[in-house]
Design a protein around this ligand. Sequence first.
Ligand code: ZN
Length: 450
Amino acid sequence: MTPLIIDGAAVSTVDAAGTEHAFGHVVVEHGRITAVGPGQAPRPAGPHTWVDGSGCLVTPGLVNTHHHLYQSATRGYAPDAGLFPWLTELYPVWRGLDEEITHAAACAGLARLALTGCTTAADHHYVFPRAGGDPFAAVVGAGRRIGLRLHAVRGSMDRGAAQGGLPPDDLVEGTEEALTATEKAIGDHHDPAAEAMTRVAVGPCSPFSVSAELLRGAAELARHKGVRLHTHLAETADEEAHCLATYGRTPVEHAERLGWLGPDVWLAHTVHLSAAAVKALADSGTGSAHCPTSNGRLGVGVPPVRALLDAGVPVGLGVDGAASNESGSLVEELREALTQARQRGGPGALTTREALWLGTMGGARCLGREGELGSLEPGKLADLAVWRLDGLDHAGIEDPVTALVLGPRPVVRLLLVGGKTVVDDGALRTASVGDLARDLRAAARRLKEA
Ligand code: ZN
């Protein structure tokens, strides 16, 4: 791989000092960043690739901390429902999921993420119909095909309606069965290397679809294997009422008791938090995956992002599954996060730079990758996005970070993952979007008819 030089661009490094260059460069070699700085990069004597960054902003690649890629095949269902009725309408549709549908949906969802500046994606897959083959492997295969870094969370549900849970009984696994399959998924797919393209995490779905035994066993398994833990928590007022009625504890108290707080845990949503719950997340180093568009579509509420950040909680952004966020576009979550935080906490509740931090370094911290991802610094992996800001959409917005966060979604001029080109001039280079759209349409139709 010859060195790649981007110069003439604005650069927002998102390093600890918040270093920015109005006119700077980034140099990439052997999959890593070797130089970042102001002005032009010195040209090497040997062969190299030069990218004219004029009119563009370079940022770290965005990190998506929460998704359900399979849901790309079930967009548009229950458009006006809250979480529990939405799930109740969707569970029967998800019964028809198999590995072919999951692969088509995952490829389409990952392509949407790549085209909106994302280089690392966490996926939480928790639906395993008996006749569906291995949808988890299908998601991992989709990550390889599209070329994004994937944190594949092996989800699970073991508490169907007969045990007081929300999902239908034929859509849940046995407790031991789920733990055994999760252990196998780690053995088959987890790569602990710093350069890993695929990591596996352990992810029972939610307090209302998972038994206390599975949560406890999953935490023990993850720590035994040295992988991270992820689940939905404190998403809705209904969930809190369910936990209080069933366990006599709030969702965060329930999680804490079962070993589900810690620096190796990141939780999706964390909307309904008391001051004590914010402190419990901060004291334990637990991360939060904030999904503003999905929260808005389902009307679940706005999490206390300002309080979480002030307490030192790592907060990242997620698009969530496409059944509750049909757009599946990560860059637009920067603006959603900002506007929702300010609706809750006033104009000082989140700055534009903090919104970019959530989508990059905050996400890397949630996934335990802050040592190699999340900022543009020499030695880090070459995962970056070059955003085109010189067209009509952004003309006259002097500050490029403001243009990115508050302006319309820019075209991605270049997206690199480990130095490899995934998007070039707004076009996906790793797969045909025409093929992906055709396969997604067929998958969605097959699911609906099933
Ligand atoms: Zn979710």
